[in-house]
Write a protein that binds this ligand. Structure first.
Ligand code: HEM
Length: 387
């Protein structure tokens, strides 16, 4: 058993959380180079934490040894089966062109989650829709204003606004669960869940600003990737583009576990109670699996990386992976096919700084602006089966 390279330093003083949150990508790159290892040790959230930046390490952590590394208890949703019929609230060229493309896609994501999970549609109940959207934003801003690992004092104004917003959202959600018998909220309300608040808490997670932001992140990256490089009019190509988009620009930087007992990962000793964090940005650039890891090469998914989708972790991996991944893929496929069928687009102005920020949800740091023009419908139509 080999000792992990790097060190966890002393309590508090050795903590690297701030450095990590400032620029998680450089943080990992520097240490991968320094230790010549895609797994290393640091102190994060004041806990010795193993960083995993390789496909093999991610697979061991999330799949083969998932029972040894625990997640905070979350949900019961994996057992809920539901049928959904989705009417996507697609934007008009006007809506797309009036603001930054990320903002437009975020609005689209908000319409999707509120329609799907709460039966609240912008066109039917504009005031309620507006109220919930604003509360979700306040809730989110309060949450990200709080340091993740520190108990937050109640005087923190951002945090108390978030708490207030959360309480109001919970009131709306509970009212919906009691009185709305239709759709997802209706099915959830009728389930015999163990305690009365769990359905409401799940709905709060599903409608939170996090999911529209993650959707907007992927759709923005998709739009920019194609704006920089014209896609061939080939149905399978779109599927490969979407895989390559989530490989290069995963919306979330990764996920965290706590070692439940002494164990090993990639042959390195990981003691009980150590944190372990997988960094999807770095895992997806593991040169052992992905040749030319920084290049946008959709073709890799029909060549060397064909059948390697399980080496990605944008939606986690293994038994605790995202329960919304399939739904998200249905939505992304629909949205991208719609965009490809109906619009041509280009960066406007053509030269913009597209450098990404990675936290809390990845996206270009300066919101890019893109011009969409209606496509001539006599042209061929994109279609992507089975993504
Ligand atoms: C682009 C959209 C989304 C992305 C990128 C995403 C990403 C993720 C990731 C990375 C994890 C695993 C975290 C970890 O390993 O600790 C996760 C878990 C989860 N996601 Fe998503 N997600 C998305 C959409 C959704 C949607 C639409 C839902 C709701 C239906 C959802 C519900 C959940 C739940 C409940 C878990 C926890 C599963 C568990 O712990 O067993 N997600 N998601």
């Amino acid at each position: 058993m080999t000792k992990l390279p790097g060190n966890a330093g002393v309590s508090l003083l050795g903590d690297k959380s701030l450095e990590f949150y400032r620029d998680p990508v450089s943080f990992c790159q520097q240490r991968i180079e320094k230790h010549r290892s895609r797994m290393f040790l640091c102190r994060l959230m004041n806990r010795p934490t193993a960083f995993i930046c390789s496909v093999q390490g991610m697979r061991e952590l999330l799949c083969e040894k998932s029972s040894l590394f625990l997640k905070d208890p979350t949900d019961l949703m994996t057992n809920i089966i539901f049928n959904l019929s989705i009417n996507f609230p697609f934007p008009t060229p006007h809506a797309l062109n009036t603001k930054s493309v990320y903002t437009a896609f975020k609005s689209l994501g908000t319409e999707l989650v509120l329609g799907l999970f709460l039966n609240v549609r912008a066109e039917k109940q504009p005031e309620l829709f507006q109220e919930i959207s604003q509360l979700c934003t306040q809730h989110w801003h309060g949450l990200i204003s709080a340091p993740v690992n520190v108990k937050v004092p109640m005087w923190s104004s951002g945090f108390s606004i978030a708490l207030d917003a959360r309480n109001k959202l919970m009131d709306i959600i509970k009212d919906k669960l009691e009185n709305d018998k239709e759709g997802f909220v209706g099915s959830l309300g009728s389930l015999p869940l163990p305690d009365s608040s769990s359905a409401a808490q799940h709905l709060l997670l599903f409608i939170s600003a996090l999911i529209p932001k993650a959707l907007a992140s992927l759709l923005t990256s998709f739009t920019l990737a194609l704006a920089r490089r014209q896609a061939a009019e080939d149905p399978d190509y779109l599927c490969r583009v979407l895989l390559e988009v989530q490989r290069l620009w995963p919306p979330f930087i990764g996920g965290r576990r706590i070692a439940d007992q002494d164990s090993t990962l990639m042959g390195f000793h990981v003691p009980k109670d150590f944190g372990v964090i997988y960094i999807s940005h770095a895992v997806h650039r593991d040169p052992e699996v992905f040749q030319e890891p920084d290049a946008f090469l959709p073709e890799r998914w029909s060549g060397r990386n064909e059948g390697h989708e399980h080496f990605l972790c944008s939606f986690g991996n293994g038994p605790r992976s995202c329960i919304g991944a399939k739904l998200t893929n249905v939505f992304l496929k629909e949205a991208c096919v719609y965009l490809l069928n109906n619009f041509d687009w280009c960066l406007d102005p053509p030269v913009q700084n597209l450098e990404y920020k990675w936290l809390p949800v990845s996206r270009p740091a300066n919101p890019p602006t893109v011009t969409f023009t209606q496509r001539d419908h006599t042209l061929s139509v994109y279609f992507c089966e089975g993504f």
